[in-house]
Design a protein around this ligand. Structure first.
Ligand code: CA
Ligand code: CA
Length: 298
Protein backbone atom coordinates (compact mmCIF):
# COMPACT_ATOMS: atom_id res chain seq x y z
CA UNK A 1 0.00 0.00 0.00
CA UNK A 2 1.24 3.48 -0.83
CA UNK A 3 2.61 5.18 2.31
CA UNK A 4 3.35 8.91 2.60
CA UNK A 5 5.58 9.55 5.60
CA UNK A 6 5.38 12.67 7.73
CA UNK A 7 8.68 13.93 6.35
CA UNK A 8 6.57 14.98 3.34
CA UNK A 9 5.14 17.94 5.21
CA UNK A 10 3.87 21.36 4.24
CA UNK A 11 2.34 24.38 5.97
CA UNK A 12 0.38 25.40 2.87
CA UNK A 13 -1.94 24.01 0.23
CA UNK A 14 -0.91 25.27 -3.18
CA UNK A 15 -1.05 24.35 -6.86
CA UNK A 16 2.74 24.80 -6.85
CA UNK A 17 3.59 22.11 -4.27
CA UNK A 18 5.36 19.14 -5.88
CA UNK A 19 3.59 15.80 -5.30
CA UNK A 20 4.94 13.64 -2.48
CA UNK A 21 3.42 10.58 -4.20
CA UNK A 22 1.19 9.61 -7.12
CA UNK A 23 -1.65 7.11 -7.29
CA UNK A 24 -4.59 6.02 -9.44
CA UNK A 25 -8.26 6.63 -8.68
CA UNK A 26 -9.50 3.81 -6.44
CA UNK A 27 -6.20 3.29 -4.62
CA UNK A 28 -5.83 3.14 -0.85
CA UNK A 29 -3.12 5.33 0.64
CA UNK A 30 -1.75 5.89 4.15
CA UNK A 31 -0.81 9.40 5.30
CA UNK A 32 1.42 9.59 8.39
CA UNK A 33 0.76 12.95 10.07
CA UNK A 34 2.46 15.24 12.57
CA UNK A 35 0.42 16.88 15.30
CA UNK A 36 -0.59 20.56 14.97
CA UNK A 37 2.46 21.54 17.03
CA UNK A 38 4.72 20.00 14.36
CA UNK A 39 5.56 17.21 16.85
CA UNK A 40 7.70 19.71 18.78
CA UNK A 41 5.63 20.32 21.94
CA UNK A 42 6.37 18.28 25.08
CA UNK A 43 4.14 17.63 28.09
CA UNK A 44 6.27 20.01 30.21
CA UNK A 45 5.51 22.84 27.78
CA UNK A 46 8.92 23.00 26.16
CA UNK A 47 9.14 23.16 22.36
CA UNK A 48 11.95 21.78 20.23
CA UNK A 49 13.37 24.50 17.96
CA UNK A 50 10.24 26.68 17.90
CA UNK A 51 11.81 28.83 15.20
CA UNK A 52 11.50 25.87 12.81
CA UNK A 53 7.93 24.88 13.73
CA UNK A 54 5.29 24.60 11.03
CA UNK A 55 1.81 25.64 12.18
CA UNK A 56 -0.84 22.95 11.64
CA UNK A 57 1.34 21.03 9.17
CA UNK A 58 -0.18 18.64 6.64
CA UNK A 59 1.29 15.57 4.97
CA UNK A 60 1.26 15.40 1.18
CA UNK A 61 0.36 16.31 -1.41
CA UNK A 62 -0.92 13.20 -3.17
CA UNK A 63 -1.38 13.45 -6.94
CA UNK A 64 -4.30 11.35 -8.24
CA UNK A 65 -3.69 10.62 -11.93
CA UNK A 66 -7.28 10.84 -13.22
CA UNK A 67 -8.22 14.02 -11.32
CA UNK A 68 -8.91 17.05 -13.51
CA UNK A 69 -10.27 20.49 -12.62
CA UNK A 70 -14.02 20.51 -11.85
CA UNK A 71 -14.05 16.83 -10.87
CA UNK A 72 -14.82 15.85 -7.29
CA UNK A 73 -12.34 13.91 -5.17
CA UNK A 74 -14.03 11.31 -2.98
CA UNK A 75 -11.95 10.53 0.10
CA UNK A 76 -13.19 7.55 2.09
CA UNK A 77 -11.65 7.64 5.58
CA UNK A 78 -10.98 3.95 6.15
CA UNK A 79 -9.05 4.02 9.40
CA UNK A 80 -7.20 6.38 11.74
CA UNK A 81 -4.44 5.03 13.97
CA UNK A 82 -3.34 7.45 16.68
CA UNK A 83 -0.10 8.05 18.50
CA UNK A 84 -0.16 6.73 22.10
CA UNK A 85 -0.51 10.23 23.58
CA UNK A 86 -2.05 13.59 22.73
CA UNK A 87 -1.59 17.15 23.95
CA UNK A 88 -3.60 20.31 24.54
CA UNK A 89 -2.16 23.78 25.12
CA UNK A 90 -4.03 26.85 26.36
CA UNK A 91 -3.68 29.90 24.15
CA UNK A 92 -3.06 33.39 25.56
CA UNK A 93 -3.69 35.06 22.21
CA UNK A 94 -6.59 33.33 20.42
CA UNK A 95 -9.81 31.47 21.07
CA UNK A 96 -12.89 32.27 23.15
CA UNK A 97 -11.07 32.36 26.49
CA UNK A 98 -7.70 33.95 25.74
CA UNK A 99 -8.45 36.95 27.99
CA UNK A 100 -8.86 34.50 30.89
CA UNK A 101 -5.70 32.54 30.15
CA UNK A 102 -2.57 33.70 31.96
CA UNK A 103 -0.13 31.04 30.83
CA UNK A 104 0.11 28.33 28.21
CA UNK A 105 -0.91 25.36 30.33
CA UNK A 106 -0.21 22.03 28.62
CA UNK A 107 -1.91 18.72 29.39
CA UNK A 108 -0.97 15.34 27.98
CA UNK A 109 -3.44 12.46 27.71
CA UNK A 110 -2.90 8.76 27.22
CA UNK A 111 -4.82 7.50 24.18
CA UNK A 112 -3.94 3.82 24.25
CA UNK A 113 -7.06 2.63 26.06
CA UNK A 114 -9.54 4.32 23.73
CA UNK A 115 -10.68 6.69 26.49
CA UNK A 116 -9.69 10.21 27.47
CA UNK A 117 -9.34 10.29 31.27
CA UNK A 118 -10.06 14.00 31.75
CA UNK A 119 -10.47 14.07 35.54
CA UNK A 120 -11.11 11.40 38.16
CA UNK A 121 -14.84 11.95 37.52
CA UNK A 122 -14.86 12.53 33.76
CA UNK A 123 -13.79 10.17 31.01
CA UNK A 124 -14.79 10.24 27.35
CA UNK A 125 -14.40 7.77 24.49
CA UNK A 126 -11.84 8.73 21.86
CA UNK A 127 -13.62 9.96 18.71
CA UNK A 128 -10.80 10.70 16.29
CA UNK A 129 -11.26 13.33 13.58
CA UNK A 130 -9.12 14.99 10.93
CA UNK A 131 -8.71 18.76 11.43
CA UNK A 132 -6.88 19.67 8.20
CA UNK A 133 -7.74 17.94 4.93
CA UNK A 134 -7.90 19.59 1.55
CA UNK A 135 -6.94 19.81 -2.08
CA UNK A 136 -4.89 22.56 -3.70
CA UNK A 137 -6.73 25.80 -4.52
CA UNK A 138 -6.84 26.72 -8.22
CA UNK A 139 -4.30 29.57 -8.09
CA UNK A 140 -3.78 30.69 -4.49
CA UNK A 141 -1.43 29.36 -1.88
CA UNK A 142 -3.43 28.98 1.35
CA UNK A 143 -1.74 28.28 4.67
CA UNK A 144 -2.81 25.01 6.31
CA UNK A 145 -4.30 26.87 9.31
CA UNK A 146 -6.94 28.47 7.04
CA UNK A 147 -10.05 26.65 5.80
CA UNK A 148 -11.86 27.50 2.58
CA UNK A 149 -13.56 26.19 -0.53
CA UNK A 150 -10.65 23.75 -0.98
CA UNK A 151 -11.18 22.25 2.50
CA UNK A 152 -8.12 22.78 4.70
CA UNK A 153 -8.42 23.53 8.41
CA UNK A 154 -12.19 22.93 8.60
CA UNK A 155 -11.97 21.29 12.05
CA UNK A 156 -15.23 19.44 11.46
CA UNK A 157 -15.61 16.73 14.09
CA UNK A 158 -17.63 14.58 11.70
CA UNK A 159 -14.56 13.85 9.52
CA UNK A 160 -13.94 10.51 11.22
CA UNK A 161 -13.14 6.92 10.24
CA UNK A 162 -16.04 5.54 8.22
CA UNK A 163 -17.02 8.93 6.81
CA UNK A 164 -16.61 10.01 3.19
CA UNK A 165 -15.40 13.50 2.33
CA UNK A 166 -15.95 15.09 -1.07
CA UNK A 167 -13.46 17.80 -2.03
CA UNK A 168 -13.21 19.94 -5.16
CA UNK A 169 -10.52 19.19 -7.74
CA UNK A 170 -9.08 22.57 -8.71
CA UNK A 171 -5.83 21.52 -10.37
CA UNK A 172 -4.65 18.42 -12.25
CA UNK A 173 -3.98 15.61 -9.76
CA UNK A 174 -6.07 17.32 -7.03
CA UNK A 175 -3.04 17.45 -4.64
CA UNK A 176 -4.58 16.04 -1.46
CA UNK A 177 -2.96 16.77 1.90
CA UNK A 178 -4.02 16.17 5.50
CA UNK A 179 -2.93 16.50 9.13
CA UNK A 180 -4.01 17.96 12.50
CA UNK A 181 -5.62 14.85 13.99
CA UNK A 182 -7.76 15.27 17.11
CA UNK A 183 -8.48 12.32 19.39
CA UNK A 184 -11.48 14.37 20.55
CA UNK A 185 -12.84 17.83 19.74
CA UNK A 186 -16.10 19.58 20.57
CA UNK A 187 -18.09 21.68 18.10
CA UNK A 188 -16.47 25.11 18.01
CA UNK A 189 -12.97 24.09 19.16
CA UNK A 190 -13.46 27.05 21.48
CA UNK A 191 -10.05 27.06 23.18
CA UNK A 192 -8.31 26.72 19.79
CA UNK A 193 -7.19 23.14 20.20
CA UNK A 194 -8.65 19.69 20.23
CA UNK A 195 -6.85 16.74 21.80
CA UNK A 196 -3.97 17.15 19.37
CA UNK A 197 -2.03 14.16 18.14
CA UNK A 198 -0.44 12.53 15.14
CA UNK A 199 -0.93 9.15 13.59
CA UNK A 200 -1.67 7.30 10.38
CA UNK A 201 -4.75 7.94 8.25
CA UNK A 202 -5.77 5.30 5.71
CA UNK A 203 -7.94 6.66 2.89
CA UNK A 204 -9.27 5.42 -0.44
CA UNK A 205 -9.36 8.14 -3.09
CA UNK A 206 -11.67 8.10 -6.08
CA UNK A 207 -12.26 10.66 -8.80
CA UNK A 208 -15.95 11.47 -9.38
CA UNK A 209 -16.95 13.04 -12.68
CA UNK A 210 -20.26 14.71 -13.53
CA UNK A 211 -22.02 14.65 -10.14
CA UNK A 212 -23.15 17.98 -8.61
CA UNK A 213 -21.58 17.70 -5.17
CA UNK A 214 -21.75 20.75 -2.80
CA UNK A 215 -18.05 20.58 -1.91
CA UNK A 216 -16.64 20.38 0.65
CA UNK A 217 -19.29 17.81 1.54
CA UNK A 218 -19.35 14.88 3.93
CA UNK A 219 -21.34 11.69 4.40
CA UNK A 220 -21.12 10.55 8.02
CA UNK A 221 -23.22 8.38 10.32
CA UNK A 222 -26.46 8.64 8.35
CA UNK A 223 -26.23 12.34 7.52
CA UNK A 224 -24.97 14.38 4.59
CA UNK A 225 -23.32 17.76 5.15
CA UNK A 226 -22.13 20.75 3.17
CA UNK A 227 -19.23 22.50 4.90
CA UNK A 228 -18.44 26.15 4.28
CA UNK A 229 -15.96 28.66 5.71
CA UNK A 230 -16.12 32.48 5.69
CA UNK A 231 -15.11 35.59 7.64
CA UNK A 232 -18.15 35.33 9.91
CA UNK A 233 -20.44 32.57 11.15
CA UNK A 234 -23.36 34.39 9.51
CA UNK A 235 -21.68 34.23 6.12
CA UNK A 236 -20.56 30.63 6.56
CA UNK A 237 -24.07 29.62 7.68
CA UNK A 238 -25.62 31.18 4.62
CA UNK A 239 -23.05 29.59 2.28
CA UNK A 240 -23.50 26.12 3.77
CA UNK A 241 -27.30 26.39 3.67
CA UNK A 242 -27.31 27.62 0.09
CA UNK A 243 -24.91 24.89 -1.04
CA UNK A 244 -27.29 22.27 0.35
CA UNK A 245 -30.32 24.05 -1.15
CA UNK A 246 -28.69 24.03 -4.58
CA UNK A 247 -27.75 20.36 -4.20
CA UNK A 248 -31.37 19.43 -3.37
CA UNK A 249 -32.61 21.43 -6.37
CA UNK A 250 -30.13 19.67 -8.65
CA UNK A 251 -30.82 16.14 -7.47
CA UNK A 252 -34.54 16.07 -6.59
CA UNK A 253 -37.68 17.29 -8.39
CA UNK A 254 -38.44 19.74 -5.55
CA UNK A 255 -38.50 23.45 -6.43
CA UNK A 256 -36.61 26.16 -4.57
CA UNK A 257 -39.55 26.81 -2.22
CA UNK A 258 -39.91 23.19 -1.16
CA UNK A 259 -36.14 22.72 -0.81
CA UNK A 260 -35.96 25.85 1.36
CA UNK A 261 -38.93 24.75 3.47
CA UNK A 262 -37.37 21.31 3.87
CA UNK A 263 -34.10 22.80 5.15
CA UNK A 264 -36.03 25.10 7.44
CA UNK A 265 -37.80 22.05 8.92
CA UNK A 266 -35.06 19.41 8.95
CA UNK A 267 -31.73 21.14 8.31
CA UNK A 268 -29.06 20.62 10.96
CA UNK A 269 -26.90 23.76 10.97
CA UNK A 270 -23.90 23.43 13.30
CA UNK A 271 -20.68 25.23 14.06
CA UNK A 272 -17.48 23.34 13.21
CA UNK A 273 -15.00 25.88 14.56
CA UNK A 274 -14.83 29.56 15.59
CA UNK A 275 -11.06 29.89 16.06
CA UNK A 276 -9.36 29.65 12.66
CA UNK A 277 -8.68 32.56 10.24
CA UNK A 278 -11.99 31.69 8.53
CA UNK A 279 -14.93 30.27 10.53
CA UNK A 280 -16.58 27.00 9.51
CA UNK A 281 -20.19 25.83 9.59
CA UNK A 282 -21.91 22.71 8.28
CA UNK A 283 -25.48 22.20 7.07
CA UNK A 284 -26.66 18.61 7.46
CA UNK A 285 -29.64 16.59 6.32
CA UNK A 286 -30.54 13.01 7.06
CA UNK A 287 -29.56 10.64 4.26
CA UNK A 288 -33.06 9.18 4.44
CA UNK A 289 -34.24 12.41 2.75
CA UNK A 290 -31.99 11.63 -0.22
CA UNK A 291 -33.06 7.98 -0.13
CA UNK A 292 -36.70 9.05 -0.50
CA UNK A 293 -35.81 10.53 -3.89
CA UNK A 294 -33.47 7.75 -4.95
CA UNK A 295 -30.44 10.05 -4.72
CA UNK A 296 -27.40 7.83 -4.24
CA UNK A 297 -24.16 9.56 -3.35
CA UNK A 298 -21.30 8.44 -5.61
CA1 CA B 1 -7.28 22.68 13.28
CA1 CA C 1 -5.77 21.16 15.88
Amino acid sequence: MLYIGKEHVTDNLSPHNPPAARCRSGETVVFQTRDCYDDRLHADGTVDHPELALENPATGPLYIEEAAPDDVLKVKIEKIDLNPTGLMRASTSAGAFCDLVEYRKVRQFDLTGGWVEFTDRLRFPVDTMIGVIGTAPRTDTVMTHTPGAHGGNMDCNKIVAGSTLYLPVNVPGALLSMGDLHALMGDGEVMICGLETGGEVTVTVEVIKGFPMPTPALACRGSFYSIQSANTLDQASRLASRAMLQFLQQTTPMDVYDCAMLLSLKGDLSVCQIVDPQLTVRMGIQQSILDAYGVTLP
